[in-house]
Design a protein around this ligand. Structure first.
Ligand code: PGA
Length: 251
């Protein structure tokens, strides 16, 4: 049985208190059953987490966009998974390609962050994906293989991690892979998860991310082994995000 779909919004470094109105609009849409049969997640900047939690209630979960691998300590400017949990977060994104690129995050570090998330009782949304140059060199599956092997902790239960496949060249560009490519790549990821985790792999949700919009969401979300979406730009506007949620199948 396919896992319950997850539609996740990643606000990145966007959002000020005035933008809580967008979350209020999502919460209002939730009163009409938006989250029936599907999970909804918003990852606002850390400055907005507490306020988001209060507004979204049980319509949508909130999550962090990153965490430190340690549970606490002298790491100025960083946020521990335990601290995210403390303010009501249920998820945390780790290994987003922007963090891999901007902060030189390795697979090993991403894995340590995912382990910290699991220790804190958070679900880790672990991002993987090839760059344009890697795709052009036909190295996509090699890259994904390496990222999956290096970034995922051992011994995961299906509901402790989510894998987000985000081709780097599709993020924020309006370019997307074809539905056939997404089908093949998600099937490949599922096979690798089964090889490694056995039956537990069935419960791991594999999200597609990269220029998901209301106009293309239904096509991507209908593909086998696409168990939801990680949405950047289109998650900043409640009407677009709600439309993407409504395009998702329900469990
Ligand atoms: P995008 O970003 O939807 O703006 O392409 C996706 C992401 O980076 O998670």
């Amino acid at each position: 049985m396919a896992p319950r779909p997850l539609i996740a919004g990643n606000w990145k470094m966007n959002g000020q208190l005035r933008d809580l109105a967008e979350l209020q609009a999502i919460a209002d849409a939730g009163r009409n059953g938006l989250n029936e049969g599907r999970d909804i997640l918003i990852c606002p900047p850390a400055t907005m987490l507490s306020a988001s939690f209060g507004i979204l209630g049980d319509v949508a979960a909130v999550g962090g966009q990153d965490c430190h691998p340690a549970d606490s300590g002298a790491h100025t400017g960083d946020i521990a998974a335990t601290m995210l949990k403390d303010v009501g977060a249920r998820y945390v994104i780790v290994g987003h390609s922007e963090r891999r690129a901007d902060h030189g995050e390795s697979d090993e570090l991403v894995r340590a962050k995912a382990e910290a998330a699991m220790r804190a009782g958070l679900i880790a949304v672990i991002c993987i994906g090839e760059t344009e140059a890697e795709r052009d060199a036909d190295a996509t599956t090699d890259v994904l293989d390496r990222q999956l092997a290096g970034s995922l902790p051992d011994d995961v239960d299906g509901d402790q991690v989510v894998v987000a496949y985000e081709p780097v060249w599709a993020i924020g560009t309006g370019k997307t892979p074809t539905a056939d490519d997404v089908r093949d790549i998600h099937a490949f990821i599922r096979r690798r998860l089964v090889d490694r985790f056995g039956d537990a792999a069935d419960g791991v949700r594999i999200l597609y991310g990269g220029s998901v919009k209301p106009a293309n969401a239904a096509e991507f979300l209908a593909i086998d082994n696409v168990d939801g979406a990680l949405v950047g730009g289109a998650s900043l506007k409640a009407s677009d995000f709600v439309a993407i949620c409504q395009a998702s199948p329900t469990a």
